[in-house]
Design a binder for this molecule. Structure first.
Ligand code: 5GP
Ligand code: SF4
Ligand code: MG
Length: 486
């Protein structure tokens, strides 16, 4: 039950918004390729269309023209293996109150079972976190809205959301209003945009990442604050802080900067692409090496490789061609299938590689399938030396906040030292960017981040008995050493 997804919402009185929503979630396709969906309201009735597959597969002219209304939310769902199920497609919809409500979720709750029980769901019945939250919200209806003009759901959200733990950026709607919510740590991004002119807005937009605003011609207004609820409707935008001051602790996922977000996204006012280039520059200063060419593992390693090349003054070149019709290879079930998938996706440019001493830059090593296969392919193509440079620190702890990572036992950095990894990967050298340099490269002075997958310091407590935390050699339920910071 893990969901790292893309969420989008738009409220534009007098305008049909289904096509805007299509464009918005299309821009967020990288955050989830398993399923796509949207809910549209004409002020009275909410219609939901969702299905397995990519945005452009789920929606066509015919489905879009049937979706009438000026208010919508949209969602792209991340593929997590073992749970590819239509029931998990979002938005989740509940018929309750005047016309019900719809919900889209990016994140992962940490106490889903307790919450499901509270929502009156039998154990094992809820298929996803979003299902549980929809259940809790439905159970809190009706009549809790302090002011019906705010939309019925505002009061319900204010009653339910402060009870949730974990990572969540929600977009919600009832028949008349759009709502956005961020958890008090702000693990997952969510921003507010405006359609029309500053003084006379024609509408409001919510999106996981700012490029979803750009593509529909909306202007970026601001990021939602951790713990904030925004209510958008006929009387404009209203903001409520749902959490007490001591519960709010800004911890945006640092991996959004490393890998997850689009390069053209701005987070904390910083463009992600520039941050990735600076990661490469600092990596070159931190771990220099004599070589003939700097190359990237495409696509994710490209900006950091450019930064490494610039700082080291070693020429940048292309060593691998990526089949652009293949998506992500991360989640395939078994090792051999993942390795085949990497070979299907990446192929070496022999003439660029043969006899050369290469610096090979990627953004991260998780299970190590990608980089290990790449090293083997480069050797087969005649590389003289392969020096691996990774633009993030060793990934040694599983994520519980919305990114689907393998168990500790499968994470390379959980069981090997850097020299052991170098030998295992078949590289001539290997270096990881330090956490201090990663933060310096981002350059969001004074802002807190979640870095639990790199440090084991989890900002929100995680289930210690969870199998995902077991390192190789740990017995069931017994952790190797103590978790730092828990
Ligand atoms: P590995 O092959 O070591 O298991 O994973 C590392 C590779 O997968 C890197 O090339 C990185 O760009 C990519 N990657 C890292 N984190 C994620 C993730 O959360 N999802 C997906 N789809 N890919 C990831
Ligand atoms: Fe992001 Fe890692 Fe924290 Fe998960 S554990 S939210 S991937 S920084
Ligand atoms: Mg990659």
């Amino acid at each position: 039950m893990k969901e790292a997804c893309g969420v989008f919402g738009v409220y534009a009185p007098g305008q049909p918004v289904a096509r805007l929503t299509f464009d918005g979630i299309y821009a967020l396709q990288h955050r989830g390729q398993e399923s796509a969906g949207m809910a549209v309201s004409d002020g009275e009735t909410i219609t939901v269309v969702k299905d397995m597959g990519l945005v452009a597969t789920v929606f066509d002219e015919r489905t879009l023209s049937a979706l009438q209304g000026h208010l919508a939310i949209g969602h792209t769902r991340y593929s997590t293996h073992g749970s590819s199920d239509w029931r998990n497609a979002q938005p989740a919809y509940r018929a309750v109150g005047r016309a019900g409500f719809a919900l889209g979720h990016n994140g992962n709750l940490t106490e889903t079972d307790t919450l499901a029980e509270r929502a009156g769901m039998l154990p094992g019945v809820a298929t996803s976190d979003s299902d549980v939250v929809a259940g809790l919200l439905a159970a809190a209806y009706p009549g809790t809205a302090s002011d019906p003009a705010d939309g019925e759901l505002a009061g319900v959200i204010q009653a339910v959301v402060p009870e949730l733990a974990g990572a969540f950026s929600f977009v919600l709607m009832d028949a008349t209003h759009l709502y956005g919510v961020r958890d008090p740590h702000g693990f997952r991004p969510l921003c507010l945009g405006r359609l029309g002119e500053a003084g006379r807005p024609a509408g409001w937009v919510l999106a996981s990442e700012s490029p979803a605003l750009d593509v529909i011609g909306a202007a970026f207004v601001r990021e939602l604050s951790p713990g904030e609820l925004v209510v958008i409707g006929p009387s404009g935008v209203r903001s409520v802080q749902l959490f007490a001051e001591d519960q709010v602790d800004d911890r945006l996922c640092i991996f959004e900067f490393v890998y997850f977000a689009r390069p053209d996204t701005r987070l904390h006012g910083i463009e992600v692409h520039g941050a990735r280039r600076r990661m490469g520059e600092l990596l070159a200063r931190q771990a220099p090496v004599d070589a003939d060419m700097v190359m990237a593992v495409p696509e994710s390693g490209v900006p950091a490789a450019e930064g490494y090349a610039k700082e080291s003054a070693i020429p940048y070149g292309q060593g691998l061609v990526k089949n652009r019709y293949i998506g992500r290879t991360f989640i395939d079930p078994d090792h051999q299938a993942r390795e085949r998938a990497v070979r299907r996706k990446l192929n070496p440019l022999r003439d660029n590689i043969e006899g050369k001493r290469l610096v090979v830059v990627d953004d991260s090593i998780v299970r190590s399938t990608t980089i290990r296969t790449v090293v083997a392919m480069l050797r087969e193509a005649g590389a003289a030396e392969v020096h691996l440079r990774v633009s993030s620190p060793p990934f040694a702890w599983p994520c519980f906040y919305g990114i689907d990572t393998p168990t500790r036992a499968e994470l390379l950095a959980a069981s090997m030292t850097v020299p052991e990894m170098t030998a295992y990967l078949g590289a001539d050298s290997l270096a990881f960017l330090t956490l201090d340099n990663l933060k310096a490269a981002i350059g969001a002075g004074g802002v807190g981040f979640c870095d639990a997958c790199l440090t084991g310091e989890y900002p929100v407590s995680v289930p210690l008995a969870d199998d995902r935390l077991r390192a190789p050699g740990d017995r069931p339920g017994v952790l190797q050493g103590a978790l730092p910071g828990v």
